[in-house]
Design a protein around this ligand. Structure first.
Ligand code: 7TS
Length: 409
């Protein structure tokens, strides 16, 4: 079992008081806090090693290159990628998905092609495809959801058919916490020869991921949602597919040879990493993965399941509460999205902030999903390794207090 109260001591920001109360940070689906270990690795890099990579013959450049390459190896191992060349560093999940849409998408889709996503997606896995279908005259189709926010798998073989060229879906819904049966969907896509992209922004930080076991062609996630810094993320891609894809951004480091007339591209993954990358970010991400591995991804999933079970039990006692998403903790990740009668989510969020509790309110960048579930917004509490049952108890107490407070104003 995870000793989350001890883990919390590694995070300087969690010692902060907000409005005279000890911070309870329940906005982890938006971004997570950083342990000293990660903060120091970035500070050490800038204090001792800083230099550009893949170009210098001097000691600092060689050391920086070594550390950057080590970070890539660490990411490859974290998701069981068969090799490090399949790992492309991006700014985050959003850029990873855009990269696939811009390069693979433009090269492979035409008016006969269909793209399949789901009704659960974050905007970053909707908008790039909406734009792409305008340019390629292809079609965008959605796997629908049931009223409990699980995917409806019934007509999968009609939605995913011989016209389907790519199926891109989230592993875990950031809006309501549903864990999708991505293996089933990947199999269905493979049966018609379609490519698959998994948005792992809300899963890679919270549970073990094995790309070889999943069999997906692409997988995207963000460093900042897994204790790492902002501005660094990952696109995993099968090497043979990456090799066939056109380049993304063009410039330094991604070229093999440049003449005044024309240029040729460097090999994978450098072809997709034009310009000076986020070296310190990669090093910070490596430290974050080291930290997560020490705890173990299996224990993190178990811990979050326990917290979710606890909060659902407590919150179901609140009169009239509408908890979005699946009933069972087996089908949901460590987040709870909800609405309370007569208290607007924004008012609740502001009230909780006065008690030092940070949650997210609104549409969570999943506007179509929240609308489909009959709301315009919800309040969302999302957990991570440092959160405790005591914090959840305090959270539920403050929700009950807020109901009384708003009854009287
Ligand atoms: N996909 C999912 C499932 C996400 O939850 C997010 C961010 C993204 C993609 C985009 O990630 P980024 O790192 O490129 O921004 N989700 C949230 C959220 O739930 N609240 O703030 C950001």
């Amino acid at each position: 079992m995870i000793q989350s109260q001890d883990i919390a001591k590694d995070f300087p920001i969690l010692q902060r008081k907000i409005n005279d109360n000890k911070l309870i940070y329940f906005d982890n689906a938006a971004t997570t806090q950083k342990p000293t270990h990660v903060i120091e690795s970035i500070s050490n890099f800038y204090s001792n090693t800083n230099s550009n990579i893949h170009r210098g013959v001097h000691t600092l450049s060689m050391e920086s290159t070594y550390e950057y390459d080590q970070a890539k190896d660490k990411v490859a191992e974290f998701i069981n990628s068969p090799n490090s060349e399949s790992i492309i560093f991006t700014r985050g999940t959003t850029e990873s998905i855009n990269l696939v849409a811009e390069t693979w998408g433009k090269a492979n889709l035409d008016e006969s092609s269909e793209i399949v996503i789901t009704e659960l997606e974050h905007h970053s896995n909707i908008v790039p495809w909406q734009e792409l279908i305008k340019e390629t005259n292809s079609k965008l189709k959605y796997i629908p959801i049931n009223s409990d926010g699980t995917l409806n798998y019934e007509n999968l073989n009609q939605i995913i058919n011989s016209n389907t060229k790519i199926v891109s879906l989230t592993h875990v819904s950031n809006g309501i916490g549903t864990i999708n049966n991505i293996k089933k969907i990947i199999k269905e896509a493979q049966s018609v020869g379609a490519i698959t992209l998994i948005d792992a922004a809300q899963s890679a930080p919270h549970m073990p991921i094995d790309v070889q076991d999943l069999g997906c062609d692409f997988l995207a996630f963000s460093g900042h949602k897994m204790l790492g810094p902002t501005g660094i993320g990952v696109l995993y891609g099968k090497k043979d597919i990456l090799e066939e894809m056109p380049a993304y951004q063009k410039g330094g480091d991604m070229i093999l040879e440049v003449t005044y007339e024309k240029s040729s591209w460097n090999e994978v993954p450098f072809k997709f990493e034009a310009g000076t990358p986020n070296i310190a970010g990669a090093i910070g991400l490596k430290s974050a993965i080291d930290y997560l591995n020490l705890i173990s991804m299996d224990s993190i999933r178990e811990h979050e399941k326990e917290l979710t079970e606890h909060i659902l039990k407590e919150m179901r006692n609140i009169d009239g509460i509408d908890i979005l998403g699946p009933e069972s903790v087996e089908d949901r990740a460590g987040l709870v999205s909800f609405n309370i009668p007569n208290v607007h989510p924004h008012d609740l969020g502001t009230y909780l902030d006065t008690k030092g509790i940070a949650i997210r309110t609104g549409h969570h960048c999943a506007m179509p999903l929240i609308k489909k579930l009959g709301s315009h917004s919800s309040a969302r509490a999302s957990f991570y390794v440092y959160n405790t049952k005591n914090e959840i108890n305090e959270f539920v107490t403050q929700i009950n207090n807020s109901i009384k407070y708003f009854d009287n104003v």
